[in-house]
Design a protein around this ligand. Sequence first.
Ligand SMILES: NC(=O)C1=CN([C@@H]2O[C@H](COP(=O)(O)OP(=O)(O)OC[C@H]3O[C@@H](n4cnc5c(N)ncnc54)[C@H](O)[C@@H]3O)[C@@H](O)[C@H]2O)C=CC1
Ligand SMILES: O=C(O)CCC(=O)N[C@@H](CCC(=O)O)C(=O)O
Length: 488
Amino acid sequence: MLFIDGHWIEGRGIDMSSHSPHNGTQLWTGASATDNQVNAALEAATEAFQVWSFQSFEARLEIARAYAGILKENKDKLTELISMEAGKTGWDAAGEATAMINKVEISVTAYQERTGSKEAVNGTLRSKLSHRPYGVMAVFGPYNFPGHLPNGHIVPALLAGNTIVFKPSELTPAVAEFMVSCWEKAGLPHGVLNLVHGGKETGVALTSSPLIQGVLFTGSAQTGIAINKSLAGRPEVISALEMGGNNPLIVHKVDDLEAAATLTILSAYISSGQRCTCARRLIVPEGPEGDAFIATLANMIDRIHVDQVTSDETAFMGPVITKEAADHVLKEQERLIAKGGAVIRKSERLSALGDAFLSPGLIDVSVATDVPDEEIFGPLLQLTRVSDFDEAIKTANRTKYGLASGLISDDRDLYEYFYPRAQAGIVNWNQQLTGAASTAPFGGLGHSGNHRPSAYYAADYCAYGVATIEQAEGKVVVASAPLGLKDK
Ligand SMILES: NC(=O)C1=CN([C@@H]2O[C@H](COP(=O)(O)OP(=O)(O)OC[C@H]3O[C@@H](n4cnc5c(N)ncnc54)[C@H](O)[C@@H]3O)[C@@H](O)[C@H]2O)C=CC1
Ligand SMILES: O=C(O)CCC(=O)N[C@@H](CCC(=O)O)C(=O)O
């Protein structure tokens, strides 16, 4: 169902449905929004802005806290829905649900620290800084974190006083609907948050509307660039683009190979490789030290448990989102092999579990030619062997993206050399690349985004600053002015 101006209504566009990648169970059916329905949602948000933006921050916060409370009460249900619709293991889905609940208090602190208001009196003058919301924001979410990532735009945008038309991924409409129903139960006034379903056409209807003042997007670089082009010539529309990555992870000078392999697996294969922070490129020195690490890693890869969601929670990986997504990963793997990639572990379809289940793959592309600088969104890691640490850094930075970059090493000097040279918005040392903190900014360079990081810095793109100087006494007084007025 769509949610427009506080009412749940049927979409009148094309039929849609969502099925669990775990077992094919149908979870949701409905229809996309027509252009008229998208417009009705935008008009509702425009009208609601006149009321919502004038409410006090405290009044908005009360509703946001009620929303967090409702999420908490329904955490098990939310976890199950995320797990089923996005194909996550139970523990992974529970982590997403927890992040959604925590987002409210983190966003309050961020709002106050990053935007909030300030005053200072100097003599008879008072200077003030306050922040105001932009207006109607179009929020787009990806399928891999169907709750947490759109929630990371919605919560700060609403706290700041904006209103929203939210278009979730067409692959995860049920989680979106659940989330919006929690806001409804929390008492959000009509029109403040609207939900429209649909694919690319619905997205285009939203971004091309003159009624939006902002686009808050998390998704692929391809779509982010399309949105960027569609907003050309509209400088008044704020756009925050969080896109993909082709993230490097260097392993160099490590004693505990098992620990390094564990961090590599957590970086590359968590959520079946469907996190934009996942390591895609593993960079390891040539020679026996590197060989020993790769043998340890390959051995551990063989022991990774891939499964449908189970009650005993022993699986590390579930399926990718669809059979088509799995086909794409396998096709890209073949492409790497055709370009000279050597198989260390081949990603294979685990048909006994289902069409969307893949085993983790590791392909050595050191001597391959024309390896595409593209994000392969699944459990496939590309290995490059390098002659020395400088070569490792050069290889790491050889990408048009710049989301996350990491080093696993016992050598602090290497880290201190790597840190200022790593071209990415997230730079980690002896820590998995995935699992970014919501209490820090989140975003990247190049095709990973447009320098408007989300998470803690989402507050920044949800409000603009207004600088004011006023007479503290409230009277019209001017002590002296160099007007050089002549006597009459
Ligand atoms: N940097 C970040 O914070 C994150 C980035 N991602 C990236 O997201 C991708 C996976 O998510 P997907 O759902 O496949 O992304 P996607 O780019 O296919 O879709 C994202 C959203 O944009 C909509 N959309 C598609 N074409 C559009 C257009 N021309 N105009 C407006 N809206 C349009 C989709 O319907 C969906 O709601 C991966 O590439 C991943 O790296 C995922 C999570 C976090
Ligand atoms: O948005 C936040 O609060 C922090 C960012 C975050 O949670 N990132 C996740 C995954 C998002 C993705 O990359 O797909 C992570 O770093 O694992």
